[in-house]
Ligand binder design. Structure first.
Ligand code: GAP
Length: 517
């Protein structure tokens, strides 16, 4: 049984600790600049983590962009440094703030709202700094680190500020979301691609937020990756989403505002069609994306019963929004938002028009239209943690814990093993390994240690299939495929292996469908 050091001696490790330990041990995650003591809220992905991230992004890209045939959607790759003016217009310079409180004794700084919520178990979303200070004073809250007195609550802007060029004065920021690049580029992209509304622009890239208290590993970071889509729609057609018929009967779970007001926590299940008809969502585009996201999350290994969409309460929603729906996942460390879905109306384009003086409207049959925007915004690192926790399996009699990553996103698709480190088994296995790599599949060759140890390592890092070359291979050209999940084996023709693996990765085949030779 995995044990950790608690205050009262040893205690069983929490699920978070077990997953995090395995992720660090196997090099999925490497704390940035660890040899210099690291830096809070910033992590590197090691080889397996980078493979997992890349596969997740590629799967997302195929799912939401390549396979989108209802409207044009293109990915751009914008700069991570933005001039002051962009973020002034977007509202980030004035409003991208969190309430902060400092300890007058040990100088620790912390999120005032988190401190109150944790210590007093009350929600203070939307409260002013004066209200937060009053709650702290009235309840006698003190520094959780040293018991010292706390300062008044002030506001802290989360953007990383910098200056461009050697001359002082040209302020810029590291972008706090990828979205603003899309808004300021919108007109150019629309025109260059001969756009027609509805029109989507997507972007995958880094965002930066100088979080006051980064925590829980990959959950609250200072540098992270977003996969964002902005769908620009003619306001007249906001309920005329042609894709809705593709997903009309898809079901997803949703926690409505009415339920939350009554204190209910159990999400209801609706189809996309019902969500629109019963006006649970503000428009058909929102229903379209919620339904697609529900399918996407199941495909990447997050069970349906673990996530739902929460209609954010008015006090949690920006004033310009027509409705925000967070995809929340129930994790061992609490419920976490991993995707923000927002009906941003025409706020961003209008704001950039006012501040830049440029006309960002588009021509629709001779009429100037400022599109409205639906935005699904995914956080890669939070999703990666969800995948790791939801796919983590305790030792089920095999002697080791393991990751049940779906083949579509597993960092390593298969391990190619000679039964023993002996010729001609090794040469045959190496030849097979090279052939599969040339097909573009990320497989590994391993001839070190006993076959049991090699299976154990493969399971631990979530490799779905082990391909073993043994004595029978020499006689009849067949190999065994071992399924990570069931540990069942099937013999197949060696020549068939690349095709079988590629079908597993694309989701066309499941292991149980593979016919033995
Ligand atoms: N453009 C909209 C936007 O940025 P958001 O809800 O602030 O919306 C979207 O962020 C997603 O980005 C979140 O659902 C989360 O997955 C991820 N995210 C935001 N802040 C993060 C942080 N400090 N660390 C890790 N991921 C974060």
């Amino acid at each position: 049984m995995a044990r950790g050091k608690g205050r009262g001696g040893t205690r069983e490790k929490t699920l978070f600790e077990k997953v995090w330990t395995l992720a660090l041990h196997r090099g999925f995650i490497v704390p940035t600049a660890e040899i210099y003591g690291g830096i809070a809220g910033i992590y590197d992905f090691g080889p397996l983590g980078a493979l997992l991230v890349n596969k997740l992004i590629e799967f997302w890209r195929k799912f939401f962009i390549v396979r989108e045939t209802n409207f044009q959607i293109y990915e751009i790759n914008g700069s991570t440094i933005l001039p002051y003016e962009v973020l002034k217009a977007s509202g980030h310079v004035d409003s991208f703030v969190d309430p902060i409180v400092s300890c007058l004794k040990c100088k620790a700084r912390m999120r005032a709202d988190h401190l109150i919520e944790e210590k007093l178990e009350i929600r203070v979303e939307g409260a002013t700094t004066d209200e937060l200070t009053r709650i702290i004073r009235e309840n006698g809250l003190r520094c959780p680190h040293c018991g010292g007195e706390l300062s008044e609550v002030t506001l802290f802007n989360l953007m990383f500020k910098t200056e461009v060029g050697p001359v002082k004065g040209k302020t810029a920021f590291l972008r706090p979301e990828t979205a603003q690049v899309i808004f300021v580029d919108f007109k150019k992209v629309f025109q260059s691609m001969r756009g027609k509304l509805p029109f989507g622009i997507a972007q995958v890239g880094r965002s930066y937020r100088n979080e006051i208290s980064p925590r829980q590993g990959l959950i609250r970071l200072r540098e992270f990756t977003q996969m964002e889509i902005e769908v620009f729609v003619n306001p007249r057609d906001i309920n005329n989403c042609s894709g809705i018929s593709d997903v009309a009967e898809f079901k997803f779970r949703i926690l409505t505002r009415e339920q939350q007001k009554k204190g209910e926590r159990k999400a209801i299940e609706v189809t996309a069609k019902e969500a629109v008809e019963r006006e649970i969502v503000p428009n058909a585009y929102m229903a379209y994306y919620l339904a697609k996201e529900a399918e996407f999350f199941e495909r990447i290994g997050i069970p349906r019963e673990k996530f739902y969409f929460r209609h954010m309460l008015p006090e949690e929603t920006p004033f310009y929004s027509g409705g925000n729906f967070d995809l929340e996942v129930e994790l061992s460390i609490g419920v976490k938002e991993v995707v923000g879905n927002a009906y941003r109306t025409d706020y961003d384009l209008r704001s950039h028009m006012e501040h830049s003086g440029e006309d960002l409207s588009v021509d629709v049959d001779g009429e100037k239209v400022i599109p409205e925007v639906i935005e699904p915004s995914f956080g890669v690192e939070r999703i990666v943690y969800c995948i790791m926790e939801c796919c983590y399996r305790e030792d089920d009699g095999r002697g080791w814990s393991w990751f049940q990553f779906p083949p579509e996103i597993a960092p390593i698709t298969a391990l190619i093993l000679p039964l023993m480190k002996k010729e001609p088994l090794t040469s045959i296995a190496k030849k097979l390994f090279k052939k599969i790599r040339k097909e573009g599949l990320f497989v590994e060759y391993d001839d070190r240690g006993s076959i049991g140890k090699r299976y154990a390592r493969a399971d631990e890092i979530g490799v779905p299939i082990c391909v073993t070359v043994d004595h029978q291979t020499i006689e009849d050209g067949t190999v065994t495929l071992r399924d990570r999940d069931t540990r069942k084996q099937v013999r197949v023709e060696m020549d068939e292996v690349p095709k079988i693996l590629s079908n597993l990765v694309s989701g066309r085949t499941k292991f149980q469908d593979i016919k033995g030779s």
